[in-house]
Design a binder for this molecule. Structure first.
Ligand code: APR
Length: 232
C-alpha cells in the first residue's frame, strides 16, 4: 500500500471533547446551520457568527489530540509511501498530534480571512465584526472557515491525491456532506482499497470495500498497526 489518502471528520475529535455536528447533542441540533454556517447568516448577524466561532476556537485551542490523531501521525512517520490527511475539521488536533501537511478543506478556526482583500492571518482568540483587516484595514474580517454554499479549499490537490491512492480511509465522518462524501468513489475509481472507520455506519457505508466500527481512539490505532504490519 504505497500512497494512503485519509479523510477525517468530526468523529475523530469527538473523544477529545469537541462536539460533532449530527450526533444526538451535535452542534447542528443546537444552532441552525443557516444562522451560523452560511454567508447569508454572517451578513444577517455577524456578531452571532463571530461569537459562535469564538467559542469553538477557544474550545479547540484547549482540546488535546487523542490516540486516533496520534496514530495517523505515526502512520505518516513510519509508512514507506506518502500518507495524505485531508480533514473536514477546523480544529488543529491533527497537527497537535504530530501530523504534517494536513489539508484543511473546510478551513481552520485558528485562521482569519478578510472578505475585502483576501488577506489571511492567525486569528486572535476572539474576533468581532468591526475588527479591521491587518492588511487593508477594512472592517470585513471573518473566520477562515468554509460555510455552506462556499467552495471547499484545495479541491484540485485533493482530487489529484485521490487519483493516485492505493488505500483510502474515511474516519469519523457521517458522509452527509459533499464533495467529501464522494471521495471514496473517486479513490475506488483509481483502484484504491477503501475502508470506513467510524462509530457507526455512515450514509455512504456501502461505497467502502471494508468497514471497521468502534470509537476512533480504539479502531484507528489498531488499523494503523495493521497497515504498518502489511496486513491491510
Ligand atoms: N469515533 C469514531 N466516530 C465517531 C465518534 C467516535 N468517538 N463519535 C462520533 N463518530 C461519528 C458519527 O457516527 C458520525 O458518523 O462521526 C461522524 C460525525 O458526523 P458529523 O457530525 O456529520 O460530522 P462530519 O461528517 O465531520 O460533518 C461533515 O458537515 O457541517 C459540516 O462543515 C461541517 O465538516 C463538517 C461536515
Amino acid at each position: 500500500m504505497d500512497k494512503i489518502v485519509i479523510l477525517t471528520g468530526a468523529g475523530i475529535s469527538a473523544e477529545s471533547g469537541l462536539g460533532t455536528f449530527r450526533d444526538e447533542d451535535g452542534l447542528w441540533t443546537r444552532y441552525p446551520i443557516e444562522d451560523v454556517a452560511t454567508p447569508e447568516g454572517f451578513a444577517r448577524n455577524p456578531a452571532l457568527v463571530q461569537e459562535f466561532y469564538n467559542q469553538r476556537r477557544v474550545q479547540a485551542a484547549r482540546a488535546q489530540p487523542n490516540a486516533a490523531h496520534r496514530a495517523l501521525a505515526q502512520l505518516q512517520a513510519q509508512h514507506g509511501g506518502e500518507v495524505v490527511i485531508v480533514t473536514q475539521n477546523v480544529d488543529g488536533l491533527h497537527e497537535k498530534g504530530g501530523a504534517t501537511g494536513v489539508i484543511h478543506m473546510h478551513g481552520e478556526l485558528a485562521r482569519a480571512l478578510c472578505n475585502a482583500c483576501g488577506h489571511r492571518w492567525d486569528a486572535p482568540d476572539t474576533m468581532a465584526p468591526d475588527d479591521p483587516c491587518p492588511a487593508c484595514a477594512a472592517p470585513a474580517t471573518r473566520p477562515d472557515v468554509v460555510w455552506f454554499g462556499e467552495m471547499p479549499y484545495r479541491m484540485d490537490e485533493i482530487f489529484a491525491h485521490l487519483a493516485q491512492a492505493d488505500l483510502f480511509a474515511a474516519i469519523g465522518t457521517s458522509g452527509n456532506v459533499y464533495p467529501a462524501a464522494g471521495f471514496v468513489q473517486e479513490a475506488a475509481l483509481a483502484g484504491a482499497h477503501t475502508v470506513e472507520l467510524n462509530l457507526e455506519p455512515s450514509v455512504t457505508v456501502s461505497d467502502f470495500a471494508e468497514t471497521r466500527f468502534g470509537p476512533a481512539s480504539e479502531i484507528v490505532p489498531d488499523w494503523v498497526a495493521a497497515v504498518l504490519a502489511g496486513r491491510v
